[in-house]
Design a protein around this ligand. Structure first.
Ligand SMILES: Cc1cc2nc3c(=O)[nH]c(=O)nc-3n(C[C@H](O)[C@H](O)[C@H](O)COP(=O)(O)OP(=O)(O)OC[C@H]3O[C@@H](n4cnc5c(N)ncnc54)[C@H](O)[C@@H]3O)c2cc1C
Length: 424
C-alpha cells in the first residue's frame, strides 16, 4: 500500500472514530477546525492551499479522485498538435507537502446535518466547513444520441485527458479534404471562449497539414465570447476553411448519430469525418448529491462567502458554482478559491468575512503566435457576483500582429504561473 494512502486510511479511521464519539461531527472545544475540500482542480487545490497559508491550524483534507490532474487550459493546443498532453499534467505532491491530507478517492455522499463527507470505501470525513469544487459533469442524453458510448466515437474533449488525445488522433487519421464539425452548446458551460479557440487551432492544423479540408462550427448561440476578435482573426487566417453557423442560421444541433458521425440540426444534416461534440453540462455529481445544485444543474452561492444558498456550511467554487457575471474559467476558479478560503478561515474563527473583489482574465490562441484576451473584475451586487463597471474589456480590435504575438506568449506565461501556484 502506498504511504500516502496508508496515512490517509489511518487518518480516515481516526476521523470516523471521532465522528462516532461526537454526534453530528461536532468538534471538541479548542480542537483544530476541520475543512474538507472535494475536488483537486483549479478551484479545490487552490482553496486547500490558501486555507493552510491563511491559518496553519486548520486541518484541511482534499478529496480528489485522480492521482494526476490534467489541465484543460491549453489542451486545445494539444488537439492542434502544438503541445504534448504531459505538459498539462500535475501531481499532488507539493499540495500534500503543505500539510494538506490528500484523500485519493471519490466523495460519494454528504451528510449535511451530521456534517460529514462519505468516501467511496464508506469512510466518513467529518467537517466544520465543506468546500465543493467538483468542476463539471456532462449531461449525458441531453443531446439526443450523445451518451458515453457516443463520446468514444465523437469525443467531447471537454475534460482533458483521454478524450483530448482521442480527438487529436482522429484529426491525424483523417485524409486531407475531410470535413471536421464542432458543435458548441448553449450557455452556461465551461470556458465560454473554449470552442472558438479549439476551432481556431484545429483550423491552424488543417491549414498547415491538410489544406483541402474544412471545419464547420455548429453553434446553439448567436453570440459568443470575444466574437469580434475571433471572427476578424478567422477572416485573416482561415478564409474559406472555417465556417461558423450560428443558432439563427441553423447551428443548433438537435441530435447526433455516432455510428455514422452525423450531426442533425433544425435546418439539415452534417456528415463529418471528425466530429467534436461539446455537449450541455452541469455541476459535478457530488453537488447534486449534497443538495447544493438547483434545477439548472448548477449551484447558487452567496457572493460574499461563496457559501451555498441551499445548504449551510457548504461552499461551492469553480465551474460548479453560479457565479453571476464570472465565466467558468480556471482563472475565475482560482480567484473564487482564494476568496472562499479567506471567508472560511474567518468563519471558523467566528468572524465576519470582508467584501471581496474577484478578477478573471482568459487568453485564447487563434494561432500559435496569435493571442487575444478578455478580462473582468467582479464584486457582490444584487445577490450575485456582478461586473465592476468599466474595469475590464477585451484586446483592442486593431492591434498590430506583434501585440497578438505578445498575448500568445502571455497565455503560456499565465498557464505556467497558475499551475505553479496551484500544483507547484
Ligand atoms: C478546452 C478548454 C480550454 C480551456 N481554457 C482555459 C483557459 O485558457 N483559461 C482558463 O482560465 N480556463 C480555461 N478553461 C476552463 C477551465 O479548465 C475550468 O474552468 C477549470 O478547470 C475549472 O476548475 P474547477 O476546479 O472548477 O474544475 P476542475 O479543474 O475540472 O477540477 C475538478 C476536480 O474535481 C475532481 N472531482 C470531481 N468530483 C469529485 C468527487 N466526487 N470526489 C473527488 N474528486 C472529484 C475531479 O477529478 C477534478 O480533478 C478551459 C476549459 C476547456 C475545456
Amino acid at each position: 500500500m502506498k504511504a500516502s494512502r496508508r496515512k490517509f486510511l489511518e487518518l480516515g479511521v481516526a476521523a470516523m472514530a471521532s465522528a462516532a464519539l461526537s454526534p453530528r461531527g461536532a468538534r471538541a472545544q479548542g480542537a483544530a477546525p476541520r475543512v474538507v475540500v472535494v475536488g483537486g482542480g483549479f478551484a479545490g487545490a487552490s482553496c486547500a492551499r490558501a486555507l493552510r497559508q491563511l491559518d496553519p491550524r486548520i486541518a484541511v483534507t482534499l478529496v480528489e479522485a485522480n492521482p494526476t490532474f490534467t489541465a484543460c487550459p491549453l489542451s486545445n493546443a494539444v488537439i492542434g498538435g502544438l503541445r504534448g498532453l504531459s505538459a498539462q499534467q500535475f501531481t499532488y505532491e507539493r499540495v500534500a507537502a503543505d500539510g494538506i491530507t490528500i484523500a485519493p478517492t471519490t466523495a460519494t455522499g454528504v451528510d449535511v446535518k451530521g456534517r460529514s463527507v462519505t468516501l467511496a470505501d464508506g469512510a466518513r470525513l467529518p467537517y466544520d466547513r465543506l468546500v465543493l469544487a467538483p468542476g463539471i459533469d456532462i449531461r449525458w442524453g441531453a443531446l439526443a444520441g450523445y451518451d458515453e458510448a457516443a463520446a468514444a466515437l465523437m469525443p467531447h474533449a471537454w475534460r482533458a485527458g483521454e478524450q483530448t488525445l482521442l480527438l487529436r488522433r482522429q484529426l491525424e487519421a483523417m485524409d486531407d479534404g475531410g470535413l471536421v464539425v464542432i458543435s458548441a452548446p448553449a450557455n452556461p458551460f465551461r470556458c465560454p471562449p473554449g470552442p472558438y479557440e479549439r476551432a481556431s487551432l484545429i483550423a491552424h492544423y488543417l491549414k498547415t497539414k491538410k489544406p483541402r479540408s474544412k471545419l464547420i462550427v455548429l453553434d446553439a448561440k448567436d453570440t459568443f465570447s470575444k466574437q469580434r476578435l475571433f471572427q476578424a482573426a478567422w477572416a485573416e487566417l482561415y478564409p474559406g476553411l472555417l465556417e461558423w453557423v450560428p443558432l439563427s442560421k441553423g447551428g443548433n444541433v438537435t441530435s447526433v448519430d455516432a455510428a455514422t458521425r452525423m450531426l442533425v440540426t433544425d435546418f439539415g444534416r452534417h456528415q463529418a469525418k471528425v466530429a467534436n461534440v461539446i455537449p450541455p453540462q452541469k455541476a459535478g455529481r457530488i453537488a447534486e448529491v449534497a443538495g447544493v445544485a438547483d434545477r439548472s444543474g448548477w449551484c447558487p452561492i452567496d457572493p460574499m462567502t461563496l457559501e451555498s444558498k441551499l445548504q449551510a456550511g457548504i461552499h461551492v467554487i469553480g465551474d460548479a458554482a453560479i457565479a453571476g457575471a464570472m465565466p467558468k474559467s480556471a482563472f475565475a476558479a482560482n480567484s473564487q478559491a482564494k476568496v472562499c478560503a479567506a471567508a472560511v478561515a474567518t468563519l471558523v474563527r467566528g468572524g465576519t468575512p470582508p467584501v471581496p473583489k474577484l478578477i478573471n482574465t482568459c487568453y485564447s490562441l487563434v494561432a500559435p503566435d496569435y493571442g487575444i484576451s478578455v478580462a473582468g473584475v467582479y464584486h457582490p451586487a444584487g445577490g450575485q457576483l456582478a461586473d465592476v463597471p468599466g474595469a475590464g474589456g477585451v484586446s483592442p480590435a486593431d492591434a498590430p500582429r506583434a501585440a497578438r504575438a505578445a498575448e500568445a506568449a502571455l497565455a503560456e506565461a499565465w498557464f505556467r504561473t497558475i499551475t505553479t501556484e496551484v500544483f507547484g
